[in-house]
Ligand binder design. Sequence first.
Ligand SMILES: NC(=O)c1ccc[n+]([C@@H]2O[C@H](COP(=O)([O-])OP(=O)(O)OC[C@H]3O[C@@H](n4cnc5c(N)ncnc54)[C@H](OP(=O)(O)O)[C@@H]3O)[C@@H](O)[C@H]2O)c1
Length: 288
Amino acid sequence: LTRIKLKYEEKNAMYHTFVENYFKQMNNQKIAVLGAGNIGLSIINGLLDNPAFDPKNIYATRNKIEKLAFLEEKGVNVSRDNAKCVKDAEIVMICVKPYKVANIIEEIKENIDPDRTIILSAATGVSLSQISEMIGMNVPVFRIMPNIAIEIKESMTCISHNDVSEEKVDQILDIFNNLGKAIAIDEELMDASTVLGACGVAYVLRFIRAMMQGGIEIGFDADTAATIAYQTVKGTGELLLKKGLHPEREIDKVTTPKGCTIAGLNEMEHQGFSSSLIKGIVTSFSKI
Ligand SMILES: NC(=O)c1ccc[n+]([C@@H]2O[C@H](COP(=O)([O-])OP(=O)(O)OC[C@H]3O[C@@H](n4cnc5c(N)ncnc54)[C@H](OP(=O)(O)O)[C@@H]3O)[C@@H](O)[C@H]2O)c1
């Protein structure tokens, strides 16, 4: 049985290498990530984890490039030279803090080719029109709002764009659908998408942490409580996504009349569970 399993794995590995090489040949998009910090690096890690993207077609910049040595070892083009990267790549993702966007655009402006370059910005609160104005020419511009789960190709990414062809919108959606799930939204919802999709990661993490604390109090060691909490959250999310279910209907299935689930759930609501989450989301939104 072990020998058959090994042979199967060997064949499987060969098949995967073939598919990987095929995709890499098909996909020659050159992608530059300017500002490989938290989100920029997560995007690069997601790209590297995907057979559709070849490391030699990925460009990464930051000031402290010594922190990107491991990317260089993987074949990524690492430098401090934003302008040079824009010359080499067609898809340029600006992933610096919002107050640095203008400086970066000033640096790269000369190398932007309106017929070739597509500009993507992850910067919160910097509008499409502001970016276009900084660039000073008619270039395809997208705002992107991914979250850190992009690192494992499980991001929720919302995008909005200026007046660009449908083909370009599909091209950008395609990149982010390879890194999780991507949807195009109106620009006026970009701040809301920042809160729900990007800040949302922190809310879910705090929820998981609280579940772990509860789990420990009722008898589990920390590691076991963590495993149960992580898998429960993952499984519940996937159940809703894959089956297109509504949370409230599923709650009905889990709550036996007079049972322990409904008693706990109602106590959470008496303590303001849903209300505090909603108020937190609205407060985050008011701070953008
Ligand atoms: N973090 C998230 O979950 C998230 C999600 C969605 C969107 N965003 C948005 O993404 C942007 C970046 O956020 P972040 O959390 O990733 O910040 P961050 O960790 O501070 O990353 C920004 C990076 O930009 C680099 N940088 C600064 N000046 C540069 C320059 N002139 N040329 C090249 N690189 C430069 C910095 O490198 P050095 O440290 O080497 O100077 C740093 O690594 C923000 O606008 C934020 O709104 C963040």
